[in-house]
Design a protein around this ligand. Sequence first.
Ligand code: GL7
Length: 824
Amino acid sequence: MNDMTPPVAAREHTVESFTREFLRELNFGRGVDLDRASANDKYMALARTVRHYLMTGWLETLRNQYRDQAKVVAYLSAEFLLGRQLDNNLLTSNLEGIARESLDQLGISLDDLREVEIEPGLGNGGLGRLAACFIDSLATLDVPCIGYGIRYEYGIFKQAFVDGHQVEKPDTWLALGSPWEFPHPENAVTVGFGGHVEDVTDEDGVKRRDWVPASVVNGVPYNYMVPGYGTNRVNTLRLWSARAPKAFNLQVFNEGGYEEAVKNQTFAENISKVLYPEDSTPQGKELRLQQQYFFVACSIADFLCNVLPQDFDLHRLPDRITWQLNDTHPVIAVPELMRQLVDLRGWTWEDAWGVTQKVFAYTCHTLLPEALEVWPVDLLGKLLPRHLEIIYRINELFLEELRDTYPGDELKVRHMSIIAEHPVRAVRMAHLATVAGFKVNGVAALHSELLRDKVLSDFAQLWPEKFTNVTNGVTPRRFVRIANPSMSGLVTEAIGDGWIKDLSQLSRLEPLAEDAEFRRRFRDIKAANKVEFARVLKERDGIEIAGDAMVDAMVKRLHEYKRQTLKLLHIVSLYQRIGSGALPLESVTPRTFVFGAKAAPGYALAKQIIALINAVGSTINADASLEGRLKVAFPANYNVTLAEKLIPAADLSEQISLAGKEASGTGNMKFALNGALTIGTDDGANVEIRELVGDENFFLFGMSEPEVADLEASGYSPEAVYASDPDLKAAIDLISSGAFSGGDRTLHEPVIAALLGEDRFMALADFRSYVDAQDRVEAYYGDFEAWSRSAILNVARSGFFSSDRSMVDYMDRIWGAKPVKQNF
Ligand code: GL7
């Protein structure tokens, strides 16, 4: 140890020293005595204590970073959906046992303090959670990485239900303080917006373009520790917060012009005010583009000026960094780096482009055409006039190259252009990313194939070597070890704890699927997890469910392509058939249908679907004739914290998107890893899950992607399907009759009209196949030994879905970055 070591050394892991530190934090950090401390005081003191123990690793990682000058992965993402931090940091600092004992001795329950933490919901769903899993894995694998993003003051909205309808409330996650962040206002970076571009000639007579912004905003970095598991490495997540450079105009304020005086401040601080509650269908919002440019400009300036040594020769940039673009949100980084090199450092265009093309790689996360971001040139030019010029120039050179390669094929040139002409002139961010990036990847095997063959096929023909796949993954620390401690204990008892860092070791559980005693213990754990989930639902939402029914879960954003309506039609059909006597109640397995879903606030149909799910739920839950066999539980505000309770309790995982629409899915992986069986279509990563766990341990249904394409081409009539399937017709008619809306036939009409009219995502076409698969589920679930065997095999065969594996694939196929072990 040297004299730079912080006061509490990482190695000093005793209950006594922990207690000392905790009390010191309480007294000196919070200014309270133990007897008068609130739960928040105690949580804060605990968090600060834990953070001390990680500090040595963090400082050492930073020191090594400067010393080794190793290649760094900069993960640029508008979203990091972190979830609670305390549990993860207790795990990585190996302090859980010590903290629990220490707090016990003080008469405090660690579990109570855990509940105090409000999770930072700085993401919409899968894409944001993926970013959080990736930085966890990179730290665990000892790979130098900086996550760059936005410190939204308000994260994803808090969902409430009023009469079954979604109401959005602000997510005040910072209200009680945030013990995990380290603000550094002294390292603020300045970012410009608007204004104009002019020609200037510098002292050496060199002409260049000079951007004169109309306003500037400061980006203040907030650093978060990203500790690896089983290593001393602690990487950094740097989130930017926007501030006005000049807080306000005192003169105007003193004259009583209060609003006028803080105008600049409002403009600036709005930029990091709130996470856009969009999922897959971005709206062309000016503020969103401001956010994108804001965090990207801060991050590039930070890396070039603060992370790299001052004398670093930027021609060697590709040896030191890959900027991984998490979807198109950060793609404005491309012209920003060009501006940094050409305008600010006087490089030639060719040199700058040569370097730029070697440092960016692009991950696409969608297949929906409407989700591919485009920015109208009017807007982009108004906000970032110089960047628009640079984009035009990139495009001009790209189109020249295309015309050389495909002489006379103007149609192809138009299709591939970075600039779209219709309906308005706009920049296609996915094209810009593909042209500038040295690699483009999809997020599951099928998705990457469809990207290559459909969405970006022209580009894949031109540059086949650019395209690759990296199937998503999830961190086994949070989603198995922390979320499911009992199952983790059982697994560790059986195969040791190596699986936590090397999830492929789960395959060693395979033989135990044949062991009756192991199956019994596995089942008992699932049963106990259900009881715990039921307790949480009661306490959190006042929802009562049976502790022993089958838990059938569909949790994901509300989107037509994900087909919550298909799940709903199955529930309504069961209800209808029971009610009509076609299905004897005694033959129905007791089931709780759990939904968790937020709808984008502007997505009217999604909100109507939520209202319908709630309406069906209230009716079914109140119907005494069902004797409680069917229950619908739709807790509001599904988030990472609730996921960690639900997933370990689930028996059945619903992954029922229309084939060819879900890029990957990651919830599907979390469920399989916790021993739920999947009912799913051949879509996204479901394809790989099924291949690995085996057909006999997966309930496949529905059309394949080529079948969907064929049906689309030959003309799809939802009306005809409705007319030809009596069960489907009866279910839809029951909804239309007003059975779930107190006789009101109009209330749910828009949902029904969307299904019977266009049914864009072919829920009706897959209904029969889905219901048949559900019948197979029922039958199989009755054979509890067979079901447990399949559940264990799901766990044993899902090790591939660790985000550690994803990171190794990114390193091999894209980054060329290597682990750097810390020796101390
Ligand atoms: C998503 C995809 O929809 C989802 O299938 C994928 O698992 C995830 C991570 O790759 O990315 N794309 C997207 O825009 N969101 C997603 O969750 C919000």
